[in-house]
Design a protein. Structure first.
Length: 147
């Protein structure tokens, strides 16, 4: 026969195990929905060191490099730079109206063959706005020209 103290201990262990299992399952399911943000320099460094999971979607941000936009019938290519490094972005879709050279943008997609294949492009919505991730990265690299 079990004492009340040992019964409470078994119940406590059971509930802690249940709590641990539920926490693990929630974190595991959220793992697939997390999208990380990188600058072109960080992507180049992580790809070179094999520290980037190329099967997962990521966000990349920076400024559209001058004289780098090329449009053909099927896709648009341009370079994003962060003041230090740059990466070629390949996009098959309609660009936002505010997309232009020197513009701060954020793109969602995957790295393929050292290029970034974008599935979504986000541009700033007015003259005073820069995506926080892009402005932070430009400030870090000493290339920020805003207030």
């Amino acid at each position: 026969m079990m004492t009340p103290k040992s019964q409470r201990l078994i119940i406590l262990i059971f509930f802690l195990s249940l709590l641990s299992l539920s926490t693990f399952l929630v974190l595991k399911s959220l793992e697939d929905n997390i999208v990380y943000f990188y600058s072109p320099t960080e992507i180049k460094k992580k790809v070179k060191l094999n520290q980037l999971d190329l099967s997962k979607k990521i966000r990349i941000g920076g400024l559209v490099k001058k004289d780098s936009i090329y449009k053909d019938a099927q896709k648009i290519t341009f370079k994003i730079y962060d003041g230090i490094g740059e990466i070629l972005v390949v996009y098959d879709g309609i660009l936002p109206d505010l997309f232009r050279e020197g513009q701060g943008i954020v793109a969602l997609g995957k790295v393929v063959n050292n290029n970034f294949n974008a599935i979504e492009i986000l541009a700033k919505h007015d003259e005073n706005y820069m995506p926080k991730e892009v402005s932070d990265m430009l400030k870090k690299n000493g290339k920020w020209k805003g207030n």
